[in-house]
Design a protein around this ligand. Structure first.
Ligand SMILES: *Cc1c(COP(=O)(O)O)cnc(C)c1O
Length: 439
């Protein structure tokens, strides 16, 4: 991609970068015409940044590069661009240069939980597999901002094979989550090859793809692509709409193609100040998503990645949004609000509190309207003592697999068949004192 040194040169090259350009609906044309410099951006949007702001923007782009598809740029309403939700996600802000002391390059410790390059194995039965460093658009709020700098380097097939080998060697992995970068920026044949290899692993039950192409490059969802995905079912796809303005007739067509191809669709939004930190906007978004057969999956609290402080909201804003959804609209339109724990603790759901109090025979609940109600507990309930001796169990679930005995975390404390009664931090001073005394 060329970076233009002056406006006249850019004008000449991009005479026809608008919606009437002959290549507009061709995703490769969109990728080839991705806007990566300020001069072209100003020209396309018809704006001129003040000298001082422009200087700071140049500095920002040097640290966190700019890339936006002409399609996504066309969604910006330029009359009040500074407050436009698409603009704020696509165009850098000098605020990105502010790094707060709590912010980290890799806040989710994805690299520490990485047994081989590209794989993050954090949960018992599923892995994250980064198969591409390429994105159609560089989201300003990207949690992997640290990697956006390694411009467009597709991992080699040898590197991908190491990831596939890891999955093959770990029979507990039943769900593989392809992410990046954007996995759908891989060429069709490479994607097909990758999916074929993963499908040959008997214990991989589900493959998931995380892709923002339905939002920023909907033309990527071609019939040929859907044919490939269909071959490797079951494949689930999670996309990333943050604002109803992003759901256009073109993106709706892309979603319909995927749905008609039998790909279940989910959406992961990030809560962003000045973009979607409003219950009315979020309600409009989730309702528009379900109308397009997309199930809102997660609403993420903005991560503590470097340069994102201007996007962060208090957690209370997310709770307020969920409060405005539960009961007020269809249950399946409500995403789970999560904080991805800094340091690699994974996603932690945070939701409004509905259980107000309880005694030994009653729980007190409140509903979305503020009605306070009681639920009477059963008088006679004898819990089945479960020692996981399934042979003797009258329920006869007949579950196979030694996995059954392995239980972790809070579920372990709740179980009757494991004797653990407490989970204690290993770096506790109190425990260290005990160990000292025993010696
Ligand atoms: C989000 C994530 C997953 C998938 O989590 P789900 O809650 O199953 O969607 C898996 N691995 C990593 C490292 C993740 O960040």
């Amino acid at each position: 991609m060329k970076v233009f040194s002056d406006r006249a040169e850019a004008d000449e090259e991009y005479d026809d970068i608008g919606v009437n350009a002959p290549g507009w609906r061709d995703w490769k044309w969109q990728v080839a015409h991705t806007v990566r410099d300020l001069t072209t951006l100003e020209r396309v949007l018809g704006i001129n940044f003040p000298e001082d702001e422009r200087r700071r923007l140049v500095e920002t782009i040097e640290k966190f590069p700019l890339a936006v598809t002409p399609y996504y740029l066309s969604l910006i309403k330029t009359d009040d661009y500074a407050n436009d939700p698409v603009y704020r996600q696509a165009v850098p802000s000098p605020d990105e240069l502010i790094i707060e002391s709590c912010e980290l390059e890799d806040p989710l410790a994805e690299e520490s939980d990485s047994p081989v390059p590209g794989i993050t194995h954090r949960y018992p039965d599923r892995v994250l597999f980064l198969v591409s460093n390429v994105c159609a658009m560089y989201c300003r709020h990207c949690t992997r901002k640290r990697r956006v700098g390694d411009r467009d380097r597709i991992p080699t097939w040898e590197e991908m094979e190491a990831g596939i080998a890891y999955i093959r060697d770990h029979p507990e992995v039943r769900d593989v989550l392809l992410s990046g970068g954007d996995p759908l920026m891989l060429p069709d044949d490479l994607l097909d090859r990758l999916l074929t290899q993963l499908r040959q692993i008997p214990h991989v039950e589900v493959i998931r793809i995380g892709s923002r192409t339905p939002v920023v490059l909907p033309f990527r969802i071609t019939d040929a692509l859907v044919t490939i995905l269909k071959k490797h079912q079951p494949i689930w796809l999670n996309t990333h709409f943050n604002h109803p303005q992003e759901i256009t007739p073109t993106s709706e067509q892309a979603l319909a193609k995927l749905s008609d191809g039998g790909i279940p669709l989910g959406n992961q939004s990030v809560l962003l100040a000045g973009v979607n930190d409003c219950p009315r906007i979020m309600k409009a978004l989730v309702q528009k998503l379900v109308k397009n057969r997309v199930r809102p999956y997660y609403l993420y609290q903005c991560d503590l990645s470097e340069g994102l402080s201007h996007f962060r909201t208090p957690v209370g804003k997310g709770i307020e949004i969920i409060e405005n959804l539960i009961g007020h609209t269809s249950g399946f339109a409500v995403p789970t609000y999560v904080i991805d724990a800094p340091g690699g603790g994974g996603k932690i759901p945070v939701m409004p509190t509905y259980l107000i109090s309880y005694s030994t025979n009653k729980v007190i609940l409140r509903n979305y309207e503020g009605v306070i109600t009681t639920y009477q507990e059963p008088d006679h309930y004898t819990s089945i003592f479960c020692d996981r001796n399934c042979k003797d169990c009258s329920l006869q679930l007949n579950l196979s697999g030694g996995e059954e005995q392995h239980v972790v975390g809070i579920a372990r404390l709740l179980s009757d068949y494991d004797e653990t009664t407490a989970l204690v931090p290993t770096d506790s001073e109190r425990i260290a004192r005990r160990d000292d005394e025993e010696e």
